[in-house]
Design a protein around this ligand. Structure first.
Ligand code: OGA
Ligand code: MN
Length: 279
C-alpha cells in the first residue's frame, strides 16, 4: 500500500494500514496548544490508533497533551501510569501480564475509558510490539444477517476470564480476591455508539454469552475474536523510544507481543475518562 499524505487539516497524516492506524507529524508546541484537539479526536474515532513517531514528550507534556483531548483518569503518579511487568515499579504489575492477550481496557466498567496515550521509555530486547484491531471495521465487514443476530446478544465479562489466561491454576483465595477487585459485568456484544456506528466488544474478559449454552457462547466469542483480529483489521506498532501512540479504547482492542518479564520494558500511560456508556 502506498501511504497517502493528507495535509488539508494542517496535520501531516499518513495512513499506516487500510482499516486502522494513522501516523501524525506535527509540531510539539502546536499539539500542546490544543488547536488540533478536535481534529485529532475525530481522526482517533475514525482510525482507531494515532501514532506520533519519536515525539519525546516529557511526563508533564504527555499529561498536558492528554488534557487537550479530554479529562484524564487520576491514576499513577500525576496522571502517568507505569506499564511494566516489574512489581518494584508498579504494585499491579502482575495483572498487567493480561496485556499479552487481546483486550479492551476497563472492560468491567459501565463507561470504558475513552482512549489511552502511551509513550515508550525503555524497550525490551525482543517482542513488545503492540497490536491493535479495529472493532468497528470488523463489525462492518460481517454479513448483514450475522450482524442482526449479534446485535441481540449480551456477553458476560469478568476479570477472572482475562487473568485465567495468565494464571490458569489460580488459588481459590486469589480467585475470590479477583472477584472482589472487579465484579463481572454484562455488556452488549455490539456497542451502539452515539455516533450511530457499531463495534464489537470482545477480548480476554469476554467469558460467555448470556442465555446461550456456555460452550456455544465461548466458541462464538473465539470465532469473532479470530475474525476481528485478521491482518486486514490490525495495525502492529514496533516501538522506538519516545514514540507516542494513542488508541481509541471504545473501537479497538489491543495486545502486546510476548517479551521477557525481566526485560525492563517501561511505557508511560495516560488515560482519558470514558464519555459513553457501553450500550
Ligand atoms: C495497556 C496495554 C500494551 C503495551 O497499557 O493497557 O495493554 O504494549 N499496553 O504495553
Ligand atoms: Mn491494555
Amino acid at each position: 500500500m502506498t501511504p497517502a499524505i493528507q495535509e488539508g487539516m494542517m496535520l501531516a497524516t499518513t495512513d499506516l494500514a487500510p482499516a486502522i492506524g494513522t501516523e501524525i507529524r506535527a509540531d510539539l508546541d502546536t499539539l500542546l496548544g490544543g488547536s488540533h484537539a478536535a481534529a485529532l479526536r475525530d481522526l482517533l474515532e475514525r482510525r482507531g490508533v494515532l501514532v506520533f513517531p519519536a515525539l519525546d514528550l516529557s511526563r508533564e507534556q504527555q499529561v498536558a497533551f492528554a488534557r487537550t483531548l479530554g479529562d484524564i483518569v487520576g491514576q499513577g503518579e500525576n496522571g502517568i501510569f507505569k506499564v511494566t511487568l516489574d512489581p518494584r515499579e508498579n504494585v499491579v504489575a502482575d495483572y498487567l501480564r493480561g496485556a499479552f492477550y487481546w483486550h479492551i481496557d476497563g472492560a468491567m466498567d459501565d463507561v470504558p475509558t475513552r482512549a489511552s496515550l502511551l509513550t515508550a521509555r525503555t524497550l525490551s530486547d525482543s517482542g513488545g510490539e503492540t497490536q491493535f484491531a479495529n472493532t468497528y471495521a470488523a463489525y462492518d465487514a460481517l454479513p448483514e444477517a450475522e450482524r442482526e443476530t449479534l446485535d441481540q446478544l449480551r456477553v458476560v465479562h469478568s476479570f477472572e476470564s482475562a487473568q485465567m489466561m495468565v494464571y490458569p491454576e489460580v488459588s481459590h483465595a486469589d480467585l475470590l480476591k479477583w472477584r472482589a477487585i472487579y465484579a463481572p459485568k454484562v455488556h452488549p456484544l455490539v456497542w451502539r455508539h452515539r455516533s450511530g456506528r457499531r463495534s464489537l466488544v470482545l477480548g480476554a474478559s469476554a467469558s460467555h454469552v448470556e442465555g446461550m449454552a456456555y460452550q456455544e457462547g465461548r466458541d462464538l466469542l473465539r470465532r469473532l475474536r479470530d475474525w476481528a483480529t485478521q491482518p486486514r483489521f490490525v495495525y502492529q506498532h514496533s516501538w522506538t523510544v519516545g514514540d507516542l501512540v494513542i488508541w481509541d479504547n471504545t473501537g479497538t482492542m489491543h495486545r502486546v507481543t510476548p517479551y521477557a518479564l525481566d526485560s525492563g520494558r517501561m511505557m508511560h500511560r495516560t488515560t482519558l475518562v470514558g464519555e459513553e456508556v457501553l450500550a
